[in-house]
Design a protein. Structure first.
Length: 442
Protein backbone atom coordinates (compact mmCIF):
# COMPACT_ATOMS: atom_id res chain seq x y z
CA UNK A 1 0.00 0.00 0.00
CA UNK A 2 1.29 3.49 -0.71
CA UNK A 3 -0.14 4.94 2.48
CA UNK A 4 -0.90 8.33 0.86
CA UNK A 5 -4.62 7.90 1.18
CA UNK A 6 -7.10 5.98 3.20
CA UNK A 7 -9.62 5.74 0.34
CA UNK A 8 -10.15 2.04 -0.30
CA UNK A 9 -11.57 0.72 -3.55
CA UNK A 10 -12.70 -2.90 -3.53
CA UNK A 11 -13.07 -4.62 -6.91
CA UNK A 12 -14.99 -7.89 -7.04
CA UNK A 13 -13.90 -9.97 -10.03
CA UNK A 14 -10.63 -9.87 -11.99
CA UNK A 15 -12.11 -10.45 -15.43
CA UNK A 16 -11.86 -7.93 -18.25
CA UNK A 17 -13.86 -5.30 -16.36
CA UNK A 18 -12.26 -5.65 -12.92
CA UNK A 19 -8.67 -5.84 -14.18
CA UNK A 20 -9.04 -2.73 -16.33
CA UNK A 21 -10.62 -0.81 -13.45
CA UNK A 22 -7.72 -1.85 -11.19
CA UNK A 23 -5.03 -0.90 -13.72
CA UNK A 24 -6.66 2.47 -14.42
CA UNK A 25 -7.02 3.33 -10.75
CA UNK A 26 -3.61 2.03 -9.74
CA UNK A 27 -1.89 5.29 -10.73
CA UNK A 28 -4.09 7.25 -8.28
CA UNK A 29 -3.67 7.72 -4.57
CA UNK A 30 -6.01 4.93 -3.51
CA UNK A 31 -5.68 1.54 -1.89
CA UNK A 32 -7.18 -1.16 -4.07
CA UNK A 33 -8.28 -4.65 -3.08
CA UNK A 34 -9.14 -7.07 -5.89
CA UNK A 35 -11.19 -10.06 -4.74
CA UNK A 36 -11.65 -13.07 -7.03
CA UNK A 37 -12.61 -16.66 -6.29
CA UNK A 38 -9.94 -17.84 -8.74
CA UNK A 39 -6.25 -17.05 -8.56
CA UNK A 40 -6.14 -16.44 -12.32
CA UNK A 41 -7.64 -14.21 -14.98
CA UNK A 42 -9.04 -16.16 -17.93
CA UNK A 43 -8.98 -14.91 -21.49
CA UNK A 44 -12.44 -16.30 -22.22
CA UNK A 45 -12.50 -15.67 -26.00
CA UNK A 46 -9.86 -18.40 -26.39
CA UNK A 47 -11.42 -20.96 -24.02
CA UNK A 48 -12.78 -22.89 -26.97
CA UNK A 49 -9.19 -23.47 -28.13
CA UNK A 50 -8.43 -25.20 -24.81
CA UNK A 51 -11.67 -27.22 -25.04
CA UNK A 52 -10.65 -28.42 -28.50
CA UNK A 53 -7.02 -29.16 -27.54
CA UNK A 54 -5.54 -26.37 -29.64
CA UNK A 55 -4.01 -24.44 -26.72
CA UNK A 56 -3.03 -25.34 -23.15
CA UNK A 57 -4.77 -23.72 -20.16
CA UNK A 58 -1.62 -21.81 -19.11
CA UNK A 59 -1.52 -20.12 -22.52
CA UNK A 60 -4.85 -18.33 -22.02
CA UNK A 61 -4.84 -17.68 -18.27
CA UNK A 62 -2.46 -15.80 -15.98
CA UNK A 63 -2.26 -15.38 -12.19
CA UNK A 64 -4.05 -12.20 -11.07
CA UNK A 65 -1.24 -11.53 -8.61
CA UNK A 66 1.39 -11.48 -11.40
CA UNK A 67 -0.73 -9.31 -13.69
CA UNK A 68 -1.06 -6.66 -10.96
CA UNK A 69 2.27 -7.19 -9.20
CA UNK A 70 3.90 -3.94 -10.33
CA UNK A 71 1.16 -1.85 -8.69
CA UNK A 72 2.19 -1.45 -5.06
CA UNK A 73 -1.19 -0.06 -4.00
CA UNK A 74 -3.10 -3.13 -5.19
CA UNK A 75 -3.66 -6.19 -3.03
CA UNK A 76 -5.21 -9.40 -4.33
CA UNK A 77 -7.43 -11.65 -2.24
CA UNK A 78 -8.52 -15.07 -3.43
CA UNK A 79 -11.98 -15.47 -1.90
CA UNK A 80 -15.55 -16.15 -2.97
CA UNK A 81 -17.74 -13.13 -2.36
CA UNK A 82 -21.05 -14.21 -0.85
CA UNK A 83 -22.87 -10.91 -0.33
CA UNK A 84 -22.76 -7.19 0.45
CA UNK A 85 -23.91 -4.84 3.16
CA UNK A 86 -24.28 -1.58 1.24
CA UNK A 87 -25.27 0.40 4.35
CA UNK A 88 -22.17 -0.63 6.32
CA UNK A 89 -20.06 -0.57 3.09
CA UNK A 90 -18.65 -4.05 3.38
CA UNK A 91 -18.17 -6.97 1.00
CA UNK A 92 -18.86 -10.34 2.62
CA UNK A 93 -16.95 -13.56 2.02
CA UNK A 94 -17.51 -16.91 3.75
CA UNK A 95 -15.19 -16.06 6.63
CA UNK A 96 -14.56 -12.32 6.59
CA UNK A 97 -15.69 -8.86 5.59
CA UNK A 98 -13.79 -6.35 3.45
CA UNK A 99 -14.62 -2.68 4.00
CA UNK A 100 -14.72 -0.22 1.10
CA UNK A 101 -15.18 3.47 0.33
CA UNK A 102 -15.86 2.74 -3.36
CA UNK A 103 -16.98 -0.64 -4.68
CA UNK A 104 -16.80 -2.01 -8.23
CA UNK A 105 -18.65 -5.27 -8.85
CA UNK A 106 -17.49 -7.08 -12.01
CA UNK A 107 -18.46 -10.70 -11.36
CA UNK A 108 -19.47 -11.54 -14.94
CA UNK A 109 -21.98 -14.14 -16.10
CA UNK A 110 -22.48 -17.88 -16.28
CA UNK A 111 -24.57 -20.47 -18.21
CA UNK A 112 -28.38 -20.55 -18.16
CA UNK A 113 -30.17 -23.84 -18.81
CA UNK A 114 -33.61 -22.23 -19.06
CA UNK A 115 -35.01 -24.06 -16.04
CA UNK A 116 -33.28 -27.38 -16.87
CA UNK A 117 -30.30 -27.28 -14.54
CA UNK A 118 -30.29 -31.10 -14.57
CA UNK A 119 -28.92 -30.94 -18.16
CA UNK A 120 -25.67 -29.41 -16.94
CA UNK A 121 -24.06 -32.76 -16.09
CA UNK A 122 -24.72 -34.19 -19.56
CA UNK A 123 -24.17 -30.96 -21.49
CA UNK A 124 -21.51 -28.79 -19.83
CA UNK A 125 -21.07 -25.14 -20.76
CA UNK A 126 -17.83 -23.26 -21.38
CA UNK A 127 -16.96 -20.43 -19.02
CA UNK A 128 -13.92 -21.37 -16.98
CA UNK A 129 -10.62 -23.19 -17.47
CA UNK A 130 -12.14 -26.12 -15.53
CA UNK A 131 -15.06 -26.25 -18.00
CA UNK A 132 -12.64 -26.24 -20.93
CA UNK A 133 -10.56 -29.09 -19.48
CA UNK A 134 -13.71 -31.12 -18.79
CA UNK A 135 -14.95 -30.62 -22.35
CA UNK A 136 -11.52 -31.55 -23.76
CA UNK A 137 -11.55 -34.67 -21.57
CA UNK A 138 -14.95 -35.78 -22.87
CA UNK A 139 -14.10 -35.10 -26.50
CA UNK A 140 -10.74 -36.90 -26.47
CA UNK A 141 -12.22 -39.77 -24.47
CA UNK A 142 -14.95 -40.22 -27.07
CA UNK A 143 -12.33 -40.50 -29.82
CA UNK A 144 -10.42 -43.05 -27.71
CA UNK A 145 -13.60 -45.11 -27.30
CA UNK A 146 -14.23 -45.08 -31.02
CA UNK A 147 -10.64 -46.21 -31.59
CA UNK A 148 -11.05 -49.09 -29.16
CA UNK A 149 -14.33 -50.15 -30.69
CA UNK A 150 -12.76 -50.16 -34.12
CA UNK A 151 -9.74 -52.13 -32.95
CA UNK A 152 -12.03 -54.66 -31.20
CA UNK A 153 -13.84 -55.16 -34.55
CA UNK A 154 -17.06 -53.58 -33.28
CA UNK A 155 -17.48 -51.15 -36.16
CA UNK A 156 -15.93 -47.88 -37.13
CA UNK A 157 -18.85 -45.53 -36.49
CA UNK A 158 -18.76 -41.79 -36.65
CA UNK A 159 -19.18 -39.94 -33.39
CA UNK A 160 -21.91 -37.33 -33.02
CA UNK A 161 -20.83 -34.15 -31.27
CA UNK A 162 -23.78 -31.90 -30.58
CA UNK A 163 -23.44 -28.23 -29.73
CA UNK A 164 -26.54 -26.44 -28.52
CA UNK A 165 -26.54 -22.73 -29.34
CA UNK A 166 -25.44 -20.95 -32.51
CA UNK A 167 -23.79 -17.91 -30.91
CA UNK A 168 -20.05 -17.15 -31.19
CA UNK A 169 -19.00 -19.90 -28.75
CA UNK A 170 -21.14 -22.61 -30.34
CA UNK A 171 -19.98 -21.69 -33.84
CA UNK A 172 -16.28 -21.64 -32.86
CA UNK A 173 -16.56 -25.00 -31.11
CA UNK A 174 -18.44 -26.62 -33.97
CA UNK A 175 -15.68 -26.38 -36.49
CA UNK A 176 -12.86 -27.13 -34.11
CA UNK A 177 -14.21 -30.48 -32.95
CA UNK A 178 -14.27 -31.61 -36.51
CA UNK A 179 -10.69 -30.47 -36.92
CA UNK A 180 -9.53 -32.93 -34.21
CA UNK A 181 -10.46 -35.97 -36.32
CA UNK A 182 -12.58 -35.14 -39.39
CA UNK A 183 -12.86 -38.84 -40.32
CA UNK A 184 -14.65 -39.76 -37.10
CA UNK A 185 -16.43 -36.60 -36.00
CA UNK A 186 -19.90 -35.63 -37.14
CA UNK A 187 -20.75 -32.20 -35.80
CA UNK A 188 -24.28 -30.95 -35.24
CA UNK A 189 -25.03 -27.38 -34.27
CA UNK A 190 -28.56 -26.81 -32.96
CA UNK A 191 -29.89 -23.26 -32.82
CA UNK A 192 -33.37 -22.26 -31.60
CA UNK A 193 -33.60 -19.18 -33.83
CA UNK A 194 -33.63 -18.98 -37.64
CA UNK A 195 -29.97 -17.86 -37.94
CA UNK A 196 -26.58 -18.61 -36.40
CA UNK A 197 -24.71 -15.61 -34.93
CA UNK A 198 -28.02 -13.74 -34.65
CA UNK A 199 -26.39 -10.65 -33.11
CA UNK A 200 -24.66 -9.92 -36.45
CA UNK A 201 -26.24 -8.33 -39.55
CA UNK A 202 -28.19 -10.85 -41.61
CA UNK A 203 -25.73 -10.97 -44.55
CA UNK A 204 -22.94 -11.99 -42.14
CA UNK A 205 -25.14 -14.55 -40.35
CA UNK A 206 -25.97 -16.15 -43.67
CA UNK A 207 -22.33 -16.14 -44.68
CA UNK A 208 -21.44 -17.80 -41.36
CA UNK A 209 -24.01 -20.53 -42.00
CA UNK A 210 -22.58 -21.22 -45.47
CA UNK A 211 -19.01 -21.25 -44.16
CA UNK A 212 -20.00 -23.72 -41.44
CA UNK A 213 -21.72 -25.99 -43.95
CA UNK A 214 -18.70 -25.87 -46.24
CA UNK A 215 -16.56 -26.96 -43.28
CA UNK A 216 -18.82 -30.00 -42.84
CA UNK A 217 -20.90 -28.90 -39.83
CA UNK A 218 -24.56 -29.97 -39.89
CA UNK A 219 -26.55 -26.96 -38.77
CA UNK A 220 -30.15 -27.22 -37.54
CA UNK A 221 -31.80 -23.80 -37.13
CA UNK A 222 -35.25 -23.01 -35.66
CA UNK A 223 -34.91 -26.19 -33.60
CA UNK A 224 -35.47 -26.43 -29.87
CA UNK A 225 -33.82 -29.02 -27.64
CA UNK A 226 -36.51 -30.62 -25.50
CA UNK A 227 -34.60 -33.19 -23.48
CA UNK A 228 -31.03 -34.22 -22.74
CA UNK A 229 -30.05 -37.51 -21.15
CA UNK A 230 -26.69 -39.31 -20.83
CA UNK A 231 -25.47 -39.87 -24.41
CA UNK A 232 -28.59 -38.61 -26.18
CA UNK A 233 -30.36 -35.39 -27.12
CA UNK A 234 -33.98 -34.84 -28.19
CA UNK A 235 -35.54 -32.22 -30.42
CA UNK A 236 -39.25 -32.98 -30.05
CA UNK A 237 -39.82 -36.61 -31.06
CA UNK A 238 -36.38 -36.93 -32.67
CA UNK A 239 -33.67 -38.62 -30.62
CA UNK A 240 -29.99 -38.43 -31.55
CA UNK A 241 -27.14 -40.40 -30.00
CA UNK A 242 -24.40 -38.05 -28.95
CA UNK A 243 -20.89 -38.88 -27.79
CA UNK A 244 -20.52 -35.38 -26.40
CA UNK A 245 -23.13 -32.66 -25.89
CA UNK A 246 -22.12 -29.09 -25.16
CA UNK A 247 -24.21 -26.19 -23.98
CA UNK A 248 -23.57 -22.81 -25.55
CA UNK A 249 -27.12 -21.50 -25.52
CA UNK A 250 -27.88 -19.30 -22.56
CA UNK A 251 -26.25 -16.73 -20.34
CA UNK A 252 -27.25 -15.73 -16.82
CA UNK A 253 -25.60 -12.95 -14.84
CA UNK A 254 -23.65 -13.81 -11.69
CA UNK A 255 -25.94 -14.41 -8.69
CA UNK A 256 -24.02 -11.61 -6.98
CA UNK A 257 -26.20 -9.14 -8.91
CA UNK A 258 -29.24 -10.24 -6.93
CA UNK A 259 -27.28 -10.01 -3.68
CA UNK A 260 -26.87 -6.25 -4.19
CA UNK A 261 -30.59 -5.92 -3.44
CA UNK A 262 -31.31 -3.45 -6.26
CA UNK A 263 -33.48 -3.98 -9.38
CA UNK A 264 -32.21 -6.57 -11.88
CA UNK A 265 -33.49 -7.68 -15.29
CA UNK A 266 -34.69 -11.17 -16.31
CA UNK A 267 -31.15 -12.41 -16.94
CA UNK A 268 -30.09 -11.21 -13.47
CA UNK A 269 -28.18 -8.16 -14.76
CA UNK A 270 -28.15 -5.10 -12.52
CA UNK A 271 -30.03 -2.04 -13.81
CA UNK A 272 -27.36 0.61 -13.39
CA UNK A 273 -27.43 4.41 -13.77
CA UNK A 274 -25.88 5.88 -16.95
CA UNK A 275 -22.63 6.36 -14.97
CA UNK A 276 -22.73 2.62 -14.03
CA UNK A 277 -23.43 3.37 -10.37
CA UNK A 278 -26.32 1.93 -8.39
CA UNK A 279 -29.47 3.97 -7.73
CA UNK A 280 -29.02 5.56 -4.26
CA UNK A 281 -25.46 4.24 -3.91
CA UNK A 282 -23.16 6.55 -5.92
CA UNK A 283 -20.10 4.83 -4.42
CA UNK A 284 -21.09 1.40 -5.83
CA UNK A 285 -20.58 0.53 -9.52
CA UNK A 286 -21.50 -2.56 -11.51
CA UNK A 287 -19.71 -3.20 -14.82
CA UNK A 288 -19.23 -5.77 -17.57
CA UNK A 289 -21.50 -8.75 -18.17
CA UNK A 290 -23.25 -8.15 -14.83
CA UNK A 291 -24.48 -4.67 -15.76
CA UNK A 292 -27.59 -3.88 -17.85
CA UNK A 293 -27.11 -0.57 -19.64
CA UNK A 294 -28.70 0.64 -22.86
CA UNK A 295 -27.00 2.73 -25.54
CA UNK A 296 -28.44 5.95 -26.99
CA UNK A 297 -30.68 3.96 -29.36
CA UNK A 298 -32.17 1.98 -26.45
CA UNK A 299 -30.30 -1.24 -27.30
CA UNK A 300 -28.79 -3.21 -24.42
CA UNK A 301 -24.98 -3.20 -24.56
CA UNK A 302 -23.72 -6.68 -25.53
CA UNK A 303 -21.94 -9.01 -23.08
CA UNK A 304 -18.56 -8.76 -24.79
CA UNK A 305 -15.02 -8.05 -23.64
CA UNK A 306 -14.69 -4.53 -25.13
CA UNK A 307 -17.77 -3.33 -23.19
CA UNK A 308 -16.33 -4.70 -19.91
CA UNK A 309 -12.88 -3.23 -20.67
CA UNK A 310 -14.23 0.23 -21.51
CA UNK A 311 -16.53 0.23 -18.47
CA UNK A 312 -13.65 -0.80 -16.18
CA UNK A 313 -11.50 2.07 -17.47
CA UNK A 314 -14.43 4.50 -17.29
CA UNK A 315 -15.24 3.75 -13.65
CA UNK A 316 -11.55 3.80 -12.72
CA UNK A 317 -11.21 7.29 -14.23
CA UNK A 318 -14.46 8.48 -12.66
CA UNK A 319 -13.37 7.51 -9.16
CA UNK A 320 -9.90 9.02 -9.69
CA UNK A 321 -11.37 12.24 -11.06
CA UNK A 322 -13.75 12.65 -8.15
CA UNK A 323 -11.02 11.92 -5.63
CA UNK A 324 -8.80 14.58 -7.21
CA UNK A 325 -11.66 17.07 -6.98
CA UNK A 326 -11.90 16.27 -3.28
CA UNK A 327 -15.31 14.58 -3.29
CA UNK A 328 -15.77 10.86 -3.82
CA UNK A 329 -18.42 9.94 -4.45
CA UNK A 330 -19.99 13.04 -5.89
CA UNK A 331 -23.62 13.36 -4.91
CA UNK A 332 -25.87 11.77 -7.56
CA UNK A 333 -27.28 15.19 -8.49
CA UNK A 334 -23.80 16.46 -9.40
CA UNK A 335 -23.24 13.47 -11.67
CA UNK A 336 -26.40 14.31 -13.62
CA UNK A 337 -26.29 16.24 -16.87
CA UNK A 338 -24.62 13.65 -19.08
CA UNK A 339 -20.93 14.51 -18.62
CA UNK A 340 -20.49 11.54 -16.30
CA UNK A 341 -22.40 9.05 -18.49
CA UNK A 342 -20.71 5.98 -19.96
CA UNK A 343 -20.71 5.75 -23.77
CA UNK A 344 -19.62 2.55 -25.51
CA UNK A 345 -17.32 2.95 -28.53
CA UNK A 346 -18.07 -0.01 -30.74
CA UNK A 347 -14.90 -0.60 -32.75
CA UNK A 348 -16.36 -3.63 -34.51
CA UNK A 349 -17.00 -7.26 -33.75
CA UNK A 350 -15.52 -10.49 -35.00
CA UNK A 351 -16.48 -14.15 -34.77
CA UNK A 352 -14.36 -17.09 -35.84
CA UNK A 353 -15.97 -19.99 -37.64
CA UNK A 354 -12.93 -22.14 -38.21
CA UNK A 355 -9.71 -22.45 -40.12
CA UNK A 356 -9.55 -19.42 -42.45
CA UNK A 357 -13.23 -18.72 -41.86
CA UNK A 358 -14.76 -15.87 -39.87
CA UNK A 359 -17.04 -12.87 -40.09
CA UNK A 360 -16.27 -9.30 -39.09
CA UNK A 361 -18.24 -6.09 -38.81
CA UNK A 362 -16.56 -2.69 -38.58
CA UNK A 363 -19.40 -0.18 -38.73
CA UNK A 364 -20.88 -0.43 -42.23
CA UNK A 365 -18.02 -2.62 -43.45
CA UNK A 366 -18.88 -6.33 -43.42
CA UNK A 367 -16.16 -8.90 -44.19
CA UNK A 368 -16.28 -12.67 -44.23
CA UNK A 369 -13.89 -15.51 -45.04
CA UNK A 370 -10.08 -15.48 -44.88
CA UNK A 371 -9.60 -11.70 -44.41
CA UNK A 372 -12.06 -11.69 -41.51
CA UNK A 373 -10.22 -14.65 -40.00
CA UNK A 374 -6.88 -12.82 -40.25
CA UNK A 375 -8.45 -9.80 -38.54
CA UNK A 376 -9.84 -12.09 -35.80
CA UNK A 377 -6.41 -13.69 -35.29
CA UNK A 378 -4.67 -10.31 -35.12
CA UNK A 379 -7.15 -8.86 -32.60
CA UNK A 380 -6.95 -11.92 -30.35
CA UNK A 381 -3.16 -11.91 -30.29
CA UNK A 382 -3.25 -8.18 -29.63
CA UNK A 383 -5.74 -8.63 -26.79
CA UNK A 384 -3.39 -11.13 -25.20
CA UNK A 385 -0.86 -8.36 -24.61
CA UNK A 386 0.13 -8.39 -20.97
CA UNK A 387 0.36 -12.17 -21.03
CA UNK A 388 3.91 -13.45 -20.86
CA UNK A 389 3.17 -16.24 -23.28
CA UNK A 390 1.47 -14.41 -26.14
CA UNK A 391 4.44 -15.17 -28.37
CA UNK A 392 4.06 -18.86 -27.53
CA UNK A 393 0.38 -18.72 -28.43
CA UNK A 394 1.24 -17.17 -31.76
CA UNK A 395 3.85 -19.87 -32.49
CA UNK A 396 1.45 -22.60 -31.36
CA UNK A 397 -1.22 -21.22 -33.65
CA UNK A 398 1.07 -20.92 -36.62
CA UNK A 399 2.29 -24.49 -36.00
CA UNK A 400 -1.23 -25.93 -35.89
CA UNK A 401 -2.22 -23.92 -38.95
CA UNK A 402 0.55 -25.29 -41.12
CA UNK A 403 0.71 -28.83 -39.71
CA UNK A 404 -2.98 -29.41 -38.82
CA UNK A 405 -1.74 -30.69 -35.45
CA UNK A 406 -3.41 -30.11 -32.08
CA UNK A 407 -0.76 -30.01 -29.41
CA UNK A 408 -2.75 -30.20 -26.16
CA UNK A 409 -4.48 -33.57 -26.50
CA UNK A 410 -4.34 -34.51 -22.84
CA UNK A 411 -7.01 -36.55 -21.08
CA UNK A 412 -6.87 -35.67 -17.40
CA UNK A 413 -9.12 -36.70 -14.52
CA UNK A 414 -11.81 -39.39 -14.74
CA UNK A 415 -11.98 -41.84 -17.63
CA UNK A 416 -15.77 -42.08 -17.51
CA UNK A 417 -18.00 -40.53 -20.15
CA UNK A 418 -21.71 -40.15 -19.32
CA UNK A 419 -23.94 -42.35 -21.44
CA UNK A 420 -21.26 -44.39 -23.21
CA UNK A 421 -20.02 -47.91 -22.65
CA UNK A 422 -16.91 -49.25 -24.29
CA UNK A 423 -15.90 -52.79 -25.20
CA UNK A 424 -15.08 -55.09 -22.23
CA UNK A 425 -11.95 -53.77 -20.54
CA UNK A 426 -11.09 -57.01 -18.81
CA UNK A 427 -11.54 -55.36 -15.44
CA UNK A 428 -15.13 -55.88 -14.24
CA UNK A 429 -14.67 -53.36 -11.46
CA UNK A 430 -14.30 -50.53 -13.98
CA UNK A 431 -17.25 -51.34 -16.26
CA UNK A 432 -20.54 -49.57 -15.88
CA UNK A 433 -23.54 -49.71 -18.22
CA UNK A 434 -24.06 -45.96 -17.88
CA UNK A 435 -20.49 -44.92 -18.45
CA UNK A 436 -17.64 -45.49 -20.83
CA UNK A 437 -14.49 -46.73 -19.19
CA UNK A 438 -11.20 -46.56 -21.02
CA UNK A 439 -8.20 -48.41 -19.73
CA UNK A 440 -5.78 -48.26 -22.64
CA UNK A 441 -4.87 -44.94 -24.16
CA UNK A 442 -3.20 -45.00 -27.53
C1 LIG B 1 -16.39 -19.11 -24.24
C2 LIG B 1 -16.50 -17.61 -24.34
C3 LIG B 1 -16.08 -16.96 -25.48
C4 LIG B 1 -16.16 -15.58 -25.59
N1 LIG B 1 -15.71 -14.97 -26.72
C5 LIG B 1 -15.70 -13.63 -26.81
C6 LIG B 1 -15.15 -12.97 -27.94
O1 LIG B 1 -14.67 -13.61 -28.90
N2 LIG B 1 -15.16 -11.61 -27.97
C7 LIG B 1 -15.66 -10.87 -26.93
O2 LIG B 1 -15.60 -9.66 -26.96
N3 LIG B 1 -16.21 -11.46 -25.86
C8 LIG B 1 -16.23 -12.83 -25.76
N4 LIG B 1 -16.77 -13.43 -24.65
C9 LIG B 1 -17.43 -12.61 -23.62
C10 LIG B 1 -16.41 -11.96 -22.71
O3 LIG B 1 -15.47 -12.92 -22.26
C11 LIG B 1 -17.15 -11.33 -21.54
O4 LIG B 1 -18.03 -10.35 -22.04
C12 LIG B 1 -16.20 -10.69 -20.54
O5 LIG B 1 -15.36 -11.68 -19.97
C13 LIG B 1 -16.97 -9.99 -19.43
O6 LIG B 1 -16.05 -9.43 -18.53
P1 LIG B 1 -16.44 -9.25 -17.00
O7 LIG B 1 -15.30 -8.54 -16.37
O8 LIG B 1 -17.79 -8.66 -16.90
O9 LIG B 1 -16.57 -10.73 -16.43
P2 LIG B 1 -15.53 -11.99 -16.45
O10 LIG B 1 -14.44 -11.74 -17.44
O11 LIG B 1 -16.41 -13.14 -16.62
O12 LIG B 1 -14.91 -11.95 -15.01
C14 LIG B 1 -15.65 -12.19 -13.86
C15 LIG B 1 -14.69 -12.50 -12.73
O13 LIG B 1 -15.43 -12.52 -11.52
C16 LIG B 1 -15.02 -13.61 -10.72
N5 LIG B 1 -16.14 -13.97 -9.84
C17 LIG B 1 -17.38 -14.36 -10.20
N6 LIG B 1 -18.14 -14.58 -9.12
C18 LIG B 1 -17.37 -14.30 -8.04
C19 LIG B 1 -17.59 -14.36 -6.64
N7 LIG B 1 -18.75 -14.72 -6.11
N8 LIG B 1 -16.56 -14.04 -5.81
C20 LIG B 1 -15.34 -13.68 -6.31
N9 LIG B 1 -15.09 -13.62 -7.64
C21 LIG B 1 -16.09 -13.92 -8.49
C22 LIG B 1 -14.69 -14.69 -11.75
O14 LIG B 1 -13.82 -15.67 -11.19
C23 LIG B 1 -14.04 -13.88 -12.85
O15 LIG B 1 -12.65 -13.76 -12.68
C24 LIG B 1 -16.70 -14.82 -24.52
C25 LIG B 1 -17.14 -15.47 -23.37
C26 LIG B 1 -17.03 -16.86 -23.27
C27 LIG B 1 -17.50 -17.56 -22.00
Amino acid sequence: MNGKTSHRVVIVGAGFGGLNAARTLASSSVNITVVDRKNHHTFQPLLYQVATAGLSPGEIAAPIRSILSRHKNVEVLMAEVTGFDLERRVVQTADSEVAYDSLIVAAGASHAYFGHDEWQTFAPGLKTIEDAIEIRRRVLLAFELAERRASAGEGDDQLNFVIVGGGPTGVALAHDFRAIDPRRARIHLIEGGPLVLPAYPEDLSRSALEQLQRLGVEVLTSTMVTKIEPGAIYTGATRMNAAVILWAAGVAASPLGKKLGVPIDRAGRVLVNPDLSLPNYPEVFVIGDLAALKDASGKLLPGVAPVAIQQGRFVGKLIARELESGASPLSPSLREGGSFDFHYHDKGSLATIGRSAAIAQFGKIHISGFMAWLAWLFVHILFLIGFRNRVLVFIQWAWSYFTYERGARLITGSTNLPGWSGPPSGDPSTSDSEEMTIVNHK
